[in-house]
Design a protein around this ligand. Structure first.
Ligand code: SF4
Length: 554
């Protein structure tokens, strides 16, 4: 379904909104157009109601709309999507319902399973997490320590548990991480005191005290309270099943909710999340312009979680306009400023790579002095936890090809189409990088995609769909049917720690759990709920309003 994108021409706008009719209007007023182009507005009217008597979301004067938005009033919502469908201006959309649910937000606590008598660090951690040691302690300094939230297992560098909360002498909950060691001195001997990943630690737990006193201090010299626990008090029985997270209180009402109801809440949260992303992108566009923001967002998405920062820095330091002006040197500029061309010694490269590196170097050399201050430090790159195929050098090559193919990208964006986006990314080609993982690796036997399917799905979910939505005039109005309908089709490709944690907390062992997470939209909805409720909760579910709200959802 073609839409206006940049200067691309709009042809037709089909509309399927249940019982509504719709009109298409090309609005040419630059004042109403964030991109400075004539763009398409769609207006929908109930069939039974003449258009002139129906209040249009975008017809209200701008100031009035802003006042309404500030007051949280969406009385002039004129379109709806997905099931919860009414075109009465006073009826809420699914995203509105979710926003209201979110605003009621807070969280109980429960012991979970029994764990083993052992002094191994992993089992010690598991039993701590299971609550076998209890929740109330006295620190080595004599302070009363209450565990409000056991958090989740940390699968990355740093302390053992993240998103925990404790109270010290009845204080407000203090959020942060908990580290568990066998020995008190492990804090020093393991280097936690100088490791920035331990900066957020709020509690250090151990079982064995040394003859002399050891303090747990962070790199910024903050004192971390210490608690000594005694494994002798533990029961013998232990389940080797170490959960990623514990089931939450909402698991019971969600289990009782019909499938349609669970899908409805996930849809609502996903629509809300998509609107939030679109609003963020609109704000950025106001400051930096559409193309630069799109380029920055694509760069950040190609950086993955590990290298998001260096990729974002690169896109800011080498804006799209500069790269397009220097089209022939674009790739060399990106590799040079990334710090990947620090050595001019070609002997350090394999023979098959030398010619490619020589070309990069020859094009980088004339720019190097002028860009010296912008070159990223080597330590900013994180490569140890990335799969070879996702190495940042391959991603950077993909970014340079995207910059070169910007006109084709523009054409692709004219259609809100998953297929068109997939075709664009699968057609990206690079003679060197389709066979190499890094600048120094051997050539691979088989050709590899520059941007794989899972990454394209991520780009669609986190960049392209929010952009398509931001392209509409007012993202505070309900999602455009076409955007949501396409978005809802996106199949989920991957899972991650946060998603699995959220799924365990909300769905536990509900047999329907898998099917609730088959689409990107539902995964995104789950993440939104997890962030809005679980991540905000300091009571281990006790004061969280989500379970009660679920009972009323249908
Ligand atoms: S939404 Fe999260 S915090 Fe709230 S009851 Fe469920 S698991 Fe607990």
């Amino acid at each position: 379904m073609p839409v206006q994108w940049g200067n691309a021409r709009v042809s037709s706008v089909p509309c399927v909104l249940g019982s509504t009719g719709c009109q298409s209007v090309v609005a040419g007023s630059p004042a109403g157009n964030i991109f400075g182009h004539a763009i398409l507005r769609r207006r929908h009217f109930p069939v039974s109601q003449p258009p002139e008597t129906y209040r249009l979301a975008n017809c209200a004067p701008r100031k009035m709309r802003e006042r309404r938005a500030q007051a949280g009033i969406r009385a002039n919502a004129t379109r709806d999507i997905c099931g919860y469908c009414s075109h009465n201006p006073h009826v809420r959309t699914l995203a509105d319902r979710y926003a209201q649910l979110r605003d009621t937000a807070r969280v109980r606590e429960r012991a979970l399973f029994v764990s083993p008598r052992t002094t191994s660090e992993l089992e010690l951690q598991a039993r701590w997490f299971a609550g076998d040691f209890g929740k109330h302690f006295v620190s080595t300094a004599g302070d009363k320590i209450d565990i409000v939230q056991f958090g989740v297992w940390n699968r990355e560098a740093g302390p053992d548990f993240r998103d925990t909360a404790i109270r010290i002498n009845g204080s407000d909950p203090i959020r942060g991480c908990i580290e568990i060691d066998v020995l008190d001195r492990s804090w020093e001997t393991h280097g936690h005191a100088t490791n920035p990943a331990f900066e957020e630690t709020v509690l250090h737990v151990f079982i064995e005290r040394s003859n002399r006193e050891f303090f747990s201090r962070t790199r910024s010299n903050r004192n971390v309270p210490q608690v000594c626990i005694d494994p002798a008090v533990l029961p013998d029985a232990f389940s080797a099943n170490i959960p990623l997270a514990r089931m939450g209180r909402c698991q019971a009402p969600l289990k009782d909710l019909p499938e349609e109801g669970v899908r409805s809440i996930l849809d609502a949260a996903a629509q809300f999340r998509l609107q939030q992303k679109a609003a963020r992108i609109r704000r950025k566009i106001d400051s930096h312009g559409r193309d630069e923001v799109l380029f920055q967002e694509l760069a950040a998405a190609l950086g993955y979680k590990e290298n998001k920062l260096p990729f974002a820095l690169l896109a800011q330091r080498l804006p799209l306009k500069l790269l397009r002006d220097e089209r022939d040197d674009c790739e060399a500029l990106l590799f040079g400023v990334a710090g990947f061309l620090q050595t001019a010694d070609l002997d350090t490269y394999r023979r098959s790579t030398r010619e490619y590196v020589r070309q990069l170097w020859d094009r980088w050399w004339p720019h190097r002095d002028g860009l010296q201050r912008l070159i990223l430090p080597t330590k900013i790159w994180r490569v140890s936890s990335t799969r070879p195929v996702n190495h940042p050098q391959r991603r950077l090559a993909a970014l340079s090809v995207i910059a070169r193919e910007w006109s084709a990208l523009h054409r692709m964006l004219g259609a809100i189409s998953i297929t068109a986006a997939k075709n664009f990314f699968s057609a990206l080609d690079h003679p060197f990088w389709k066979f190499h993982y890094t600048l120094t690796s051997d050539a691979a036997q088989r050709q590899m995609a520059l941007v794989g399917e899972a990454r394209v799905a991520d780009i669609l979910a986190n960049v392209l769909f929010p952009f398509w939505l931001a392209h509409d005039l007012d993202p505070s109005t309900p999602l455009r049917t076409s955007v949501w309908a396409e978005y809802a089709k996106l199949p989920a490709r991957l899972s991650n720690r946060r998603l699995e944690t959220g799924a365990t907390r909300l769905f536990g062992n509900d047999p329907r759990r898998k099917q609730f997470l088959r689409t990107v939209a539902h995964q995104q909805g789950l993440l939104q709920i997890y962030e809005d409720f679980c991540m905000q909760d300091n009571s281990d579910c006790a004061e969280c309003p989500f379970p009660e709200q679920m009972k009323k959802w249908m």
